[in-house]
Design a protein around this ligand. Sequence first.
Ligand SMILES: *Cc1c(COP(=O)(O)O)cnc(C)c1O
Length: 445
Amino acid sequence: MSTVEMKGEVHDSRVLQWARSIIEESPSHRLIQQEIVNAVNRNAIWRGEECLNLLAPEAPTTPIVRQLLASEVGTRAAEGHIGSTQRWFAGTKYIDEIEALCVELLKKVFHANFADHRLVASMIGNMTVYAALTQPGDTIMTIAQPFGGHSSNRVDGPAGIRGLQIVDVPMDPVELTVDLDGFAKVARQVRPKLVTLGASMTLFPFPLKEMAEIVKEWGGRIYFDGAHQLGLIGGGQFQDPLREGACVMTGSAGKTFSGPQSGIIVWNDPEFSVPITNAIFPALAATHQVNRVAALAAAAAEFLAFGKEYMAQIVTNAQALGKAFDERGIRVLCTHKGYTRTHQVILDVKEFGGGYEVGKRLAEANIITNKNLIPGDGPEDWDFPSGLRIGTTEVTRFGMKEKEMDTIADLIASVLSGNEKPEVVQSKVIELRRSFSKMQYCFPE
Ligand SMILES: *Cc1c(COP(=O)(O)O)cnc(C)c1O
């Protein structure tokens, strides 16, 4: 089939062409709909049952969370704040109950005075914080991508859209944490209104207390973007940003927290309630998906019961995996610091062809990871960086422990070395997954 390139189309033209041919050649609209269901089912079997999903931003939600995502309440409109006088629409009495349970559960999990449940993505949380706490032209400091920084806090994301001047937080490329002396020097020069901590590639806690002391000198503040670490923080397995001096924290509900993909925001100071809440509604969220809110509340209840134990095992598994790679001669970042204190392990796979190439080969063996920029990579390495990021959230939820981390390291090592064909490794992966198919750290069905 010939592929027609379309001017201005950013997506892969071959894949779009495939979709057009399905749409044009199907004998009925109903069969087109069935094709969508088929693709969803193919994914559910492959990624859901036959893959080792080691993508750090993913987590498997429990059956009740998935059920609530498909619930009737997802068809209801409920703009505004909780309580009948603050809603535009009538008919929200039970929706108020769902949302109030969600808000109060989030406050409890994160020991926070205030929480909001209406962020349809953590990305919207970043935008909320910049809209609420900065003005266009203000200077902020954030972490650059090769050190784990995320686009949402850089010029190409919400921080850039807000028109902020962005200065890099100096990072130590060996310790993979903030260079505190460097930070003190730069920060005292540029006096940022806000310093954003948290990162997508994240191995160790940040010197948040010390940084908060420094920025206090000119009334600056720390914002913790805990997209990745949110579950670890709630489960008491990482630093506690709100207690160490961050004025606000956002996070992804669907990463380590293991709820429905969306965002969470928490803060303690009543002074922030009006600016933060106004930035959410009516600025960035209107109909905020009450089915998602219900699912989030259910995930938070599970988290209160099982979060601590679940999150502790995630970190134990990541450390075991780091050690297992190290023992097999694969370069792991921060071997001198015990590899990690989060759900992530970062490999330097330059000698095996780089993160893109290795990620592709592993996917052929049903092992799903992602390429990642690491210190030493420059802007020219964006598409083909040296690193590979691996996360242990999902395998942990399916009951894997330290012993299985050795098995995973063996499987990955055999693909990297080329000692075994991806098809051979693939069948071993499917077999391993078969023994770990029941979700743990949740209430019985
Ligand atoms: C993933 C991520 C985000 C965006 O979160 P979504 O829930 O995907 O919108 C923001 N900041 C950081 C540091 C992230 O890793």
